[in-house]
Write a protein that binds this ligand. Structure first.
Ligand SMILES: NC(=O)c1ccc[n+]([C@@H]2O[C@H](COP(=O)([O-])OP(=O)(O)OC[C@H]3O[C@@H](n4cnc5c(N)ncnc54)[C@H](O)[C@@H]3O)[C@@H](O)[C@H]2O)c1
Length: 287
């Protein structure tokens, strides 16, 4: 029998931090991947990054060894996603951009193709309204790095169909991922909580209460967290944190999500965290 997962493959839209990581996860599990971005430079770097992430994942025992990797194809237009059996959208965290991309995708792919948005905070129901097939859309909130983290926060929108949930189940089986299904709403569970914590920690730095390293140490050394909020923010990307805070503030009006001014200033100064070589911490090189 023809296996559409291995013949049609999946498409990943957005070749940034998350898109390339998700592509690496799928390629390492033998699935053909079409990676789409509007930025040629991002696409040019992707194959080398996918190879390097795959190597890291295997070394850490998080990705399978010995199988045949899937192919990686890059493209600059969404019609390249047409044959895909599932599409993961991982473009910039701007509601209008995501709505536009998902709207177009829903007209390009066959009915029943899973549309999974990797949004950090925009409710599925809101994005579904932009598509012609809201039943096919759900949120797969992969966290960074997606090729090392086994669990994925999944949000089912009010209109998400059972068929989409079933197709996601097949995809996660192939990728060795476990879904933690939560209700729909701004920030789902993770970022509803995490973003106010990061913003609050940033405010304490601005007020001079403590240096970033001391704040993070309280979480790692006293509370046993694996990383502190500011190191986590650098890993996420401070530009993405500010975008996600804006999404949350616009939808909840809660002051906790009004981005700290110094955090915004860091982003304006190009300190985007690990990926730019500096954020709350200096890294020396980009990662
Ligand atoms: N960085 C994280 O830790 C993290 C974790 C979970 C979820 N997310 C979410 O994943 C998504 C991507 O985040 P990221 O950190 O990879 O961002 P990023 O800025 O690294 O990458 C975004 C990519 O989207 C591309 N893009 C923008 N508009 C596009 C369009 N119209 N068509 C195709 N490509 C387009 C950009 O060129 C860029 O390469 C966001 O929704 C973000 O909130 C991020």
């Amino acid at each position: 029998m023809v296996d559409p997962w291995h013949t049609n493959g999946i498409a990943v839209i957005g070749a940034g931090v998350m898109g390339v990581g998700i592509a690496a996860l799928a390629v390492a599990h033998g699935l053909p991947v079409t990676l789409v971005d509007i930025d040629d430079d991002k696409l040019a770097r992707a194959p080398e990054l996918v190879t390097s992430y795959t190597r890291v994942g295997m070394l850490m025992g998080k990705l399978p060894r010995g199988g045949t990797p899937g192919t990686l194809t890059t493209a600059t237009t969404l019609d390249a996603a047409a044959p895909a059996w599932a599409v993961v959208e991982a473009v910039t965290e701007h509601a209008e951009t995501k709505a536009k991309v998902l709207a177009e995708l829903s007209t390009v792919v066959d009915p029943g193709t899973l549309l999974a948005t990797n949004t950090s905070a925009i409710p599925v129901a809101e994005l579904a309204a932009a598509t012609i097939r809201p039943a096919d859309l759900l949120a797969t909130h992969f966290m960074n790095p997606p090729y090392l983290i086994d669990a994925v926060e999944v949000a089912r929108g009010a209109q998400t169909g059972d068929a989409a949930m079933a197709r996601l189940g097949e995809l996660f089986e192939l990728l060795g991922r476990r879904a933690i299904v939560v209700g729909d709403g701004p920030g789902f569970v993770s970022n509803h909580v995490l973003m106010r914590m990061i913003n609050d920690a940033a405010r304490l730095v601005t007020q001079g209460r403590a240096e970033p390293a001391r704040i993070d140490e309280v979480f790692t050394e006293c509370l046993g967290h694996r990383t502190g909020p500011l190191a986590t923010a650098d890993l996420i990307g401070l530009d993405n944190v500010v975008d996600t805070l804006a999404v949350l503030f616009e939808r909840t009006g809660e002051d906790a999500y009004r981005a700290d001014e110094e955090l915004v200033a860091r982003v304006r100064a190009g300190r985007h965290g690990r990926k730019s070589g500096a954020g709350f911490y200096d890294y020396g090189s980009t990662a």
